[in-house]
Design a protein around this ligand. Sequence first.
Ligand SMILES: [Zn+2]
Length: 386
Amino acid sequence: MTHPLLPATKAHLAQLIAFDTVSDRSNLALIDHVGRHFAALGAELTELRDTTGIKANLIARLGPPDRAGLVLSGHTDVVPAQAADWTTPPFQMHERNQRLYGRGSVDMKGFLACLMAVAPTMAARELALPLWFCFSHDEEVGCLGAPAIARYLSALPAPPKLAIIGEPSLMQLVTGQKGKIAMRVTVRGVGGHSSFAPRHVNAVEVAARLIGMIADRAARYAAEGPFDPDFTVPHPTMLATMIEGGIATNVTPAACGFTFEIRSLSEPQARADLAAFIAEAEAALLPAMQAVEPTAGIVWEEIFAYPAMTSATQTAGFAAFADRLPGFGGKVSYGSEGGVFETLGGIPSVIVGPGSIEQAHKVDEYIEIAQLDACLHFLDRLVNAR
Ligand SMILES: [Zn+2]
């Protein structure tokens, strides 16, 4: 049976999509909109602003504060959309073929719309455990908002015992997510007229050798692991992602910058691997560079990192809700805030959310209406049976 709250969910989703919350913009208008909805239901609200003051997380609590409850969490930001490429305007919801189109429809305003739709029913109940509805900022640019939520929740007298992150998982239970470290590398060489190349340090060539070493390290991960067969890509990955260098065909390039990432099964392991990689790369390349010019070098900067989500299934919090969670759907290589909740907040986390990650970050992003319906039934089951 179609869930009676499906029309309300669609209406909420249309409103949420209409807020242009691309990560480089303020999300305060959306936070204010969601906050007013929950305030009207008598929820206790906490708004956590970032240092810029134009981004905020919102936490809305229903139910008693003095018991360990459940977190239902999603991010409010979306990736950019080039309107010219879309069939219909990205920040207006459009329905066709049993799907709802719009930027953020699946990643992940569809889940947020479900939370808003079920909240009145939950507010009307005598809840035995608190529900913490969390709306974060800046997930798409490195889970920047989630740490403040994790710290807030972990400092509560009764921290929540489980977090459900509503990233698109086709409503299956996802119990693991890889961690990521994103790095920027700047090679500082020595430039000049390219006819004098032997007197220079060619930054593009050094970068090329570094990228070759990254590809070799990635091949070693694929061959030697560590492995976890529950992931679709069952080992860590490492790759270069952007590169820029050189100014003319007849100038030895003095500078080259590139970025790379490691996606890991465990953050401590990734940190150790990265340190070893940097030491090895510098030992191989720096002596020859600095023999030409002592100031030549390689600068390594971390752009952002978020931890893996790994361990919920072993916890009492997971056991308490296990019979209400859907069937196991594996582990995922994309990021989510679950790793942050686990690592910084000590809150076991899993992913269960409507729609498919296949449609995320794409032109003509959509969510199947049937997935929203399934999510509403799941949320009912989760809160009813206690
Ligand atoms: Zn997402």
